[in-house]
Design a protein around this ligand. Structure first.
Ligand SMILES: [Zn+2]
Length: 316
């Protein structure tokens, strides 16, 4: 597998998103709206677009990403004071008197009252707008209703359904789509279509699911389908690896199990086992998504019991 610099990958991915490319091209030549909403999957691509296609142009003092002005140099160092990126997490309204940094009241009292420090405008990014608390969302709405000439907001959301109508109506929506298998192949230059299928058209998954890891997991599942000892070994290996990956900031534990299910189903897709096991895996995923603490060990041991029973006990 060729290694590519991420920027190159994201630039290719950007060109495959036709609506996105066209709208961004337009906004590179025209003033930004007060609120841009990027809806849909592929958060990594959204970040790339905001930084390279929006911030680099609109925050540049010469408005062309000259790479020489003070603003461009600060952007390069990721220290630009007029590019405010909220955490990728739940955003709070903040204390009335002493609002904590990256709360809505902090933004309103400590940032928005001032003019931008370096650039002609300021950009405020909410990478997880769907996680705005109710109070925070209402407080922010007030700000969006009284647009300032020099503050532009950008929201990311997996889907528009997760924002209030009153917010959506204040913004311009730019929809993103999942990539097709063929597009993922062209972007990543990976020829293994079964792996590309697992990625579900998401560049985010491409970054979090390592190809080598996928191959190891698949190999272990195929072995487990051949011999009962290997199924027991797969259970041990999975229990360990679901946690190891967590420590390495790769897949989180739940993401590991989602991947496990999808690869397993892929391995038995042409087998008679599929009809019997698919519902068991779906039950497992429903349990997993309920995210009840302490439930996971029960869910996994039940799943492996079902696997053992249906693959080895019932048929022999
Ligand atoms: Zn510049």
């Amino acid at each position: 597998m060729k290694t590519q610099s991420p920027i190159h990958l994201e630039e290719k991915a950007f060109l495959f998103q036709k609506i996105l490319s066209r709208m961004i091209q337009y906004y590179q030549k025209h003033p930004l709206p007060n609120l841009l909403i990027f809806s849909g999957p592929n958060k990594i691509l959204k970040h790339y677009v905001v930084l390279h296609k929006i911030a680099f142009y609109h925050l540049c003092i010469n408005q062309n990403h000259c790479k020489e002005c003070k603003a461009c140099l600060l952007l390069e160092k990721q220290e630009h004071p007029d590019l405010i990126i909220f955490p990728d997490d739940k955003v709070k309204i903040g204390d009335v008197k002493d609002p904590e940094p990256f709360s809505i009241r902090w933004l309103q009292k400590n940032i928005l009252v001032y003019k931008p420090a370096v650039s002609p405008i300021r950009i405020v990014l909410f990478p997880a707008a769907e996680k705005l608390g109710l109070e925070a969302e209402i407080a922010l709405l007030k700000t969006l209703e009284e647009p300032s000439p020099y503050t532009k907001f950008i929201f990311f959301t997996p889907s528009l359904d997760q924002l209030k109508d009153t917010i959506i109506s204040r913004g311009v929506n730019i929809p993103l789509k999942n990539f097709s298998l063929e597009q993922m192949h062209k972007i990543t230059e990976i020829n293994d279509y079964e792996f590309l299928e697992i990625l579900g058209g998401s560049l985010d998954n491409f970054y979090s699911i390592k190809y080598e890891f996928y191959q190891t997991l698949k190999q272990k599942i195929l072995q487990a389908l051949e011999h009962p000892i290997d199924l027991i070994e797969l259970e041990d290996w999975s229990m360990q690896n679901s946690k190891i990956e967590l420590e390495n900031e790769g897949l989180q534990e739940n993401q590991f199990w989602e991947l496990f299910v999808h690869v397993f189903l892929q391995c038995i897709s042409r087998s008679v086992l599929y009809t019997t096991l698919a519902p068991k895996f779906m039950d497992f995923l429903i349990g997993l998504r309920a995210e009840q603490p302490g439930l996971l060990p029960y869910l996994t041991s039940r799943l492996f019991y079902e696997l053992f029973y249906h693959i080895y006990l019932k048929t022999t």
